[in-house]
Design a protein. Structure first.
Length: 335
């Protein structure tokens, strides 16, 4: 493709299914380009961005052989970047110069082993990231981090400006460093993290939305510090046996829980905690999968409920309410 054939006034450019003979692309003469999307080009190996100084939105996905984003340091106006399914991408050199970046999404980049300068992005508010073994190891054993920590200096893996974090493949060793450097975080989603056994939320006092999904080794959850929480979602956590501190999240209005074989006994234990009934009485939305959870004692507490949703995985069997469930729920709403 000859970039000279493109009009210099171009502001949005989307390229897909690039041919095998085009393995590198140097963007020039596009001084007004603000939105660039490269997708589904498995033979594409390198993109040169040196002259894209007006770029605000960059999306790259499905470029399995992409090994380098050259000129990233010149994208000082970039606000949003999404990179997915770029299996050969090992680093994002120049990341620390993206001072205007507000949203960053990285997923399915298995070779990504370093994010140098990520903690310097003072404008970053939203981060969605899938940790790779290499990136987890880098964050666990980074000699620079260890040296500063041993010297008594505080250092964070992420910028404290982040208010929204969606993270996959989180491990215990990484999360012990991760959440402590996010004092302003209000939305946290931990997904598909089979090795995670505990979640340290003591620093997340501003958290208003929490989602935990597909964390099969997570055994317990302590919510006592999350007093600002309004939305809580817990799904597919087969080992979760207890939720502590539920009585302190008195601002909770939406609760999603389900797809776990331990759900009925978990809810029974929850109802026995002092103060939990008061929290349940403020719920306006409840989403569950197992109708057996709707016992008489639970339904009688749901005096503010406006929305009841039964949902689960597409392969799950359809749930149905018995007459006893319907009667107990009706009595609860009539109280």
């Amino acid at each position: 493709m000859d970039v000279a054939l493109l009009p210099p006034s171009l502001e949005v450019l989307s390229l897909s299914h690039l041919p095998e003979n085009l393995q590198s692309y140097f963007l020039k003469g596009l001084a007004y380009l603000r939105d660039l999307r490269l997708r589904d080009s498995p033979f594409f190996k390198c993109v040169q961005l040196h002259l894209c100084t007006a770029l605000e939105d960059l999306q790259i996905w499905g470029c399995e052989q992409l090994g380098a984003l050259e000129g990233l340091q010149f994208l000082t106006t970039l606000r949003s970047m999404k990179i997915s399914r770029c299996q050969q991408l090992g680093a994002l050199e120049g990341l620390q110069f993206l001072t205007s970046l507000q949203s960053l999404t990285i997923s399915s980049c298995q070779q990504l082993g370093a994010l140098e300068g990520l903690q310097l992005l003072s404008s970053l508010g939203s981060l969605e990231i899938e940790l790779t073994p290499a990136l987890s190891a880098a964050w666990e054993r980074d000699p620079k981090l260890q040296e500063q920590e041993q010297g008594g200096n505080q250092i964070g893996l992420l910028p404290p400006s982040i208010t929204r974090l969606v993270i996959r493949n989180l491990t215990n060793n990484v999360q012990s460093r991760l959440l402590s450097c996010l004092p302003a975080i209000t939305e946290l989603a931990v997904r598909e993290s089979p090795e995670l056994t505990s979640l340290q939320l003591g620093y997340c006092t501003a958290l208003t939305e929490l989602e935990i999904r597909d964390c099969d080794s997570l055994a317990s959850l302590q919510l006592g510090y999350c007093t600002a929480l309004t939305k809580l979602k817990i799904r597919d956590c087969e080992s979760l046996a207890s939720i502590e501190g539920f009585q302190f999240i008195t601002n909770l209005t939406s609760f999603t829980v389900g797809a776990s074989s331990r759900l009925p006994p978990l809810m029974e234990l929850l109802l026995k905690q002092q103060g939990v009934c008061e929290v349940l009485s403020r719920l306006t939305c409840l989403e569950i999968r197992d109708a057996s959870v709707l016992t008489m004692s639970l339904c009688q507490q749901l005096t503010s409920l406006r929305s009841l949703i039964f949902g689960g995985k597409e392969t799950s069997s359809m749930v149905s309410l018995t007459e006893e469930h319907e009667n107990s729920l009706f009595l609860g709403l009539m109280d």
